[in-house]
Design a protein around this ligand. Structure first.
Ligand code: HEM
Length: 245
């Protein structure tokens, strides 16, 4: 058997690893509860059960959105490989690097990276765009559907009939609201729910692609990057092309 020298490098800091795994768990919970809400009619879920399901979805959504917000800040102030500069496909030499990486793949000797390889950076961009869209649209829906923060108070004031305390409105009870204001609010909600559902399907595909990409790259490059997201360290067989200066 051929003996291969491995060099171990620290890559992902504690904050990136916590973000990643909290994100995995909360997105799985959101995909799961979202799928049940989406098929609610077929599954015969209505009334209080439907509201409870949405509440469960929204509480997972708050964890997800706070975690995502924290990671966005880390992109500006975190360690070298946590920064946007290192993980998005916008660096000056990105296209040259992508070409070199694809050629090295075809040649059977893939270039090794400490951070994401150039294809990984595209995936990171796509995932962040989808996650941010879900967080924004979801937070609006939490207000329109449950009168939950951050917009819940404003939505309740919008649909409460004159003389009725907006705080007394009960989610799902249409007999308590002003019918005209309710229709206006539902028209405002429509583009948000459409986008939330469309991005849900795209995200399902992107998650499958992300996991497949990681597994395929791991098998080809043997960079140990699945375990790196747990321990923070990568073990490479060749010197990395993206060593921090
Ligand atoms: C990865 C993130 C997310 C995914 C994949 C996701 C997925 C879904 C799906 C599939 C539905 C069902 C839509 C329908 O049939 O009407 C849904 C509904 C909903 N989502 Fe999310 N969601 C995510 C994040 C969030 C967040 C962060 C919040 C708020 C904090 C949120 C709040 C809501 C609400 C209130 C509904 C109910 C809308 C309705 O059907 O009446 N979601 N979500």
């Amino acid at each position: 058997m051929q003996h291969v020298e491995l060099e171990v490098y620290r890559v992902w800091d504690r904050s990136v690893r916590w973000f990643h795994w909290i994100n995995v768990l909360s997105v799985l919970a959101l995909l799961g509860t979202g799928l049940v809400i989406y098929n609610g009619k077929t599954l015969g879920i209505a009334g209080d059960a439907k509201i409870l399901l949405k509440e469960l979805h929204v509480w997972s959504g708050y964890i997800f959105a706070l975690n995502l917000g924290w990671r966005i800040v880390q992109g500006f102030s975190g360690s070298y490989f946590a920064r946007w500069r290192a993980i998005l496909p916008f660096s000056r030499n990105y296209l040259t690097e992508l070409g070199a990486y694809l050629r090295s793949l075809r040649g059977g000797e893939p270039r090794q990276y400490l951070g994401h390889n150039p294809l990984g950076r595209l995936m990171v961009l796509l995932l962040f765009l989808l996650l941010i869209t879900q967080a924004i649209t979801g937070l609006v829906l939490a207000g329109t559907d449950l009168y939950y923060p951050p917009l819940g108070n404003w939505i309740a004031q919008w649909v409460a009939p004159a003389g009725v305390d907006p705080a007394s409105l009960v989610a799902g009870n249409k007999s308590m609201v002003d019918a005209l204001a309710w229709d206006e609010m539902r028209a405002f909600r429509k583009p948000f729910i459409s986008l939330h559902v469309q991005v849900f399907f795209v995200l399902l595909g992107a998650v499958v692609l992300h996991v497949a990409g990681v597994v395929i790259a791991e098998l080809r490059e043997r960079s140990g990057f699945i375990s790196a997201m747990i321990t923070g360290d990568k073990a490479l067989t060749k010197p990395p092309v993206d060593m921090p200066e």
